[in-house]
Design a protein around this ligand. Structure first.
Ligand SMILES: Nc1ncnc2c1ncn2[C@@H]1O[C@H](COP(=O)(O)OP(=O)(O)OP(=O)(O)O)[C@@H](O)[C@H]1O
Ligand SMILES: Nc1ncnc2c1ncn2[C@@H]1O[C@H](COP(=O)(O)OP(=O)(O)OP(=O)(O)O)[C@@H](O)[C@H]1O
Ligand SMILES: [Mg+2]
Ligand SMILES: [Mg+2]
Lengths: 260, 260
């Protein structure tokens, strides 16, 4: 059985895409079979893993338009055992078209369930990157997921964004996806010993208690640089603090999952 | 005649709200009359200027629902000559309701024009903060604006986000707002002398040429800290590099505007 995790926070620039790519890489290094689905028209996942636009045959757009089988949207990476379903939107017409089709919020859940039930490919983890918004694409991802991983940038907290997200999770739980849980709150851009990060840890603990994950992702210039190299940070410099943090995040999540 | 500038970039966390608040403060320090309109349901503007939820009577929600006069949505700040129209969305129901009403994309332009034509209040500058997305709220802001200021974070460029934005600006120009121009591209999180920032400057110049503003906003911890103090950075520490940068941004924009 695959574990499906949505990576979400409507606040922009908190490290959603960076977490999706680097957690996937760390799980793959731990020999898990991983699928990444990109639900953000910005398409940062494909850029960040080096999947060039000209090599994209189909993607999230076709999941909603239903013109191809989900299998056609899957692109294997050549350097790690990770598959990617890119968000293949390259013009504002397509983006408007996708947001109209995404009103059918249950679409991703339906397509994913029927694909997984065929048993053609099985994954240990499916990670879904979401846009910085609470729109139909994000809600569609929440409907399809078992849990939500919430990156939280240390610093001035967009607490309001979190309240909006928690309310939406509640609504989704009451409607179609009663089992949706919070996988954890992940502190990102953490700078040990600074007043800002210490205050953020304290505030996060007060608000979320045990949901705050032990692993904290440090502010690490190699994480930003890895995006230029279009590779997960572990493949750019395994000794970087960002690489070690995402490897320990994978370990922490693996230790939480009860053996199937 | 007011100059209306939308601050937009669909990439999250690049400094849109920080630029809106601190440019407004710098223009007010230069004795200009400024209005900020928040079109982002995250409501970061109100938080960042210290406008508490309990003091908000009406805002962007009522602009679209039409239940009050636009004058009712205006909240003057007590420490600088700045008025704010907050994005007063506090639940996911209201947020869904606002995004439905925002389909009437021309609404903001119409409401703003008819209000300004009454001459009750006149502003030198109206700055519109937008959400990290190319949704109806952002497009509505572009329809109502004279120009777009594009914050661009130094580092890994979300070039795709820019392409989407430029395409949308083109569409808006061809439809209702033929005069929409690019006010400029503003480099943010700039770190003098680092490889990443040097490369970003070079890439921005290649892509945007003269549209790249001379002022660059440095990465400055006081800018992040000012958000905790709920004040523009110039009022927290006028000697901080972030304060000086936004004051010089105001000067650069003022020198570009031909006297009315
Ligand atoms: N821990 C970190 N240390 C340093 N830089 C980081 C870190 N995490 C992310 N970054 C950089 O910060 C920027 C924002 O990260 P990212 O794009 O992953 O955020 P996001 O939440 O996905 O943004 P969006 O809301 O636009 O989807 C990127 O340039 C990324 O390379
Ligand atoms: N030049 C800077 N130096 C340091 N920190 C900054 C700078 N500009 C912004 N910040 C901080 O970075 C974070 C993101 O900035 P901000 O919220 O203004 O971006 P945004 O583009 O409005 O985000 P969103 O896409 O969520 O609306 C905030 O915590 C802010 O305080
Ligand atoms: Mg992202
Ligand atoms: Mg903002």
């Amino acid at each position: 059985m695959s574990k499906i995790i949505a990576i979400a926070n409507p606040k922009g620039g908190v490290g959603k895409t960076t977490t999706t790519i680097n957690l996937a890489a760390s799980l793959a290094i731990a020999e898990k079979r991983v699928l990444i689905i990109d639900m953000d028209p910005a398409g940062s996942v494909s850029y960040g893993v080096g999947l060039a636009p000209e090599n994209i045959r189909a993607g999230t757009f076709e999941i909603f338009s239903g013109t191809v089988n989900l299998l056609e949207t899957i692109h294997p990476l050549d350097y790690l055992n990770i598959d990617v379903i890119p968000c293949n939107v390259f013009s504002s017409e397509q983006e408007i078209r996708l947001s109209e089709m995404a009103k059918n919020r249950i679409r991703l859940k339906r397509q994913l369930m029927s694909f997984l039930n065929t048993g053609k490919i099985s994954y240990d983890y499916i990670l879904i990157d979401t846009p910085p918004s609470l729109n139909d694409l994000t809600v569609g991802a929440l409907l399809a997921s078992d849990s939500v991983l919430i990156p939280l940038q240390c610093g001035y907290f967009a607490l309001k964004a979190l309240q909006r997200l928690m309310q939406m999770i509640e609504r989704v739980r009451k409607s179609v996806n009663t089992e949706l849980s919070v996988e954890g709150v992940l502190l990102t851009f953490y700078e040990k010993g600074t007043r800002t990060s210490m205050r953020s840890v304290q505030q996060a603990m007060e608000l979320f208690g045990d949901l705050v994950l032990r692993t904290r992702i440090p502010k690490n210039v190699t994480l930003g640089y890895a995006a230029y190299e279009k590779k997960p940070v572990a493949l750019v410099d395994i000794s970087a603090s960002g690489s070690r943090a995402y490897l320990s995040l994978a370990e922490e999540l693996l230790s939480k999952t009860k053996p199937a």
